[in-house]
Design a binder for this molecule. Structure first.
Ligand code: HPA
Length: 263
C-alpha cells in the first residue's frame, strides 16, 4: 500500500485535509524526532507527516534533530522524501511567492549532527563510508514536483542551487553577495544535513522550496516575519495543491515540509 509522509514546520503543525489514523511515537538511536509521525490519508493516499520544527513550532533550524527525523521516517516505512522548505530568493527570477525545485546544494551549516556514519561513543566504525552526493536530489521526484507545479499553475523554476545557512539569524547582505558568487539561487536553513542523511539511508529525496522573501540586500525593505507570513499564507494553497498532485500520481513518497506548511 502506498505510503506518503509530510513533515511540516512553522505553520504546518497540521496539514488541512490530512485525516489522521495513527500517531507514531518512534524512538531512534539518535533521540526523538521533532514530533510524533502522523500516519493518515491526504489526497486519497496514505501519508506520513512530520513537523520538522515540532508541534507546536519551537525547534529552530540549527537544533532540529535531522538524524532522528530521517531515521524515524524510514522506520515508519517511507521510501522517498519530498522536503518542503521556505527560502529567501537570491536569483532575480525568484521573487516572493515563486517556487523552486533545486538541483543542487551548497552547505554553509556547521556543528549539526550531519551523518549516520560516525562512531557515536560505542567504539569505532567497522568501515568508513563516503556516499556519492554529486546530485543530491532525486531526478524522478524532481520531475514529479515540476509537473505538479506546472499543472497547479504555479510560478516556478526548474533549476536552482540551494544554499543552506546555519541560522537562526538571517544573512547579511554581504553574505548573500558571496552566496550568489558561489552560485546559490535560494537560501534556507533546513536543507542540510537533511538531504545528505536521506541519501545515507538510500531514500530518494527532493525539495519543494517556496520563496517567502527576497534574500538580504535584494530589496530596499528589511525582512520581517510579518511579510514572510503573508507570503506563506498565500502560498499554502498552492503547496497543498502541488503536493496533492504528487500524491495522486506517485507511490511510496515521504514529504518533508518546511516551516510554512500546515496553516
Ligand atoms: N534566509 C535563510 N533562510 C530563510 C530565508 C532567508 O532569507 N527566508 C526563509 N528562510
Amino acid at each position: 500500500m502506498t505510503v506518503y509522509a509530510i513533515i511540516g514546520g512553522t505553520g504546518l503543525t497540521q496539514l488541512d485535509g490530512l485525516h489522521i489514523d495513527t500517531e507514531l511515537h518512534i524512538d531512534t538511536p539518535y533521540g526523538a524526532p521533532s514530533a510524533p509521525i502522523l500516519r493518515g490519508h491526504f489526497a486519497g493516499r496514505e501519508v506520513l507527516f512530520l513537523a520538522r520544527h515540532g508541534h507546536p513550532h519551537r525547534i529552530p533550524p540549527h537544533q532540529v534533530n535531522y538524524r532522528a527525523n530521517l531515521w524515524a521516517l524510514k522506520q515508519a516505512g517511507a521510501e522517498a522524501i519530498v522536503a518542503v522548505n521556505a527560502v529567501g530568493g537570491i536569483h532575480a527570477e525568484m521573487p516572493a511567492g515563486h517556487f523552486c525545485v533545486p538541483e543542487q546544494i551548497i552547505d554553509y551549516t556547521y556543528g549539526r549532527e550531519h551523518t549516520f556514519f560516525q562512531a557515536d561513543g560505542q567504539g569505532e566504525l567497522e568501515h568508513v563510508t563516503h556516499i556519492d552526493f554529486s546530485y543530491p536530489y532525486a531526478a524522478e521526484l524532481r520531475s514529479q514536483l515540476l509537473a505538479a507545479l506546472q499543472a497547479s499553475g504555479c510560478s516556478y523554476s526548474d533549476f536552482g542551487v540551494y544554499g543552506c545557512t546555519q541560522g537562526p539569524r538571517l544573512e547579511t547582505a554581504a553574505e548573500i553577495v558571496r552566496m550568489q558568487r558561489d552560485g546559490c539561487d535560494i537560501v534556507g536553513m533546513t536543507g542540510m544535513p537533511e538531504a545528505a542523511l536521506a541519501r545515507e539511508l538510500e531514500l530518494p529525496y527532493a525539495c519543494l522550496a517556496l520563496v517567502v522573501n527576497p534574500a538580504a540586500g535584494k530589496s530596499s525593505e528589511l525582512i520581517t516575519m510579518a511579510d514572510i507570513e503573508r507570503v506563506l499564507g498565500a502560498g499554502m494553497d498552492q503547496v497543498k495543491a502541488t503536493l496533492a498532485r504528487v500524491f495522486f500520481s506517485n507511490k511510496k513518497t515521504a514529504l518533508i515540509g518546511g516551516f510554512f506548511i500546515g496553516r
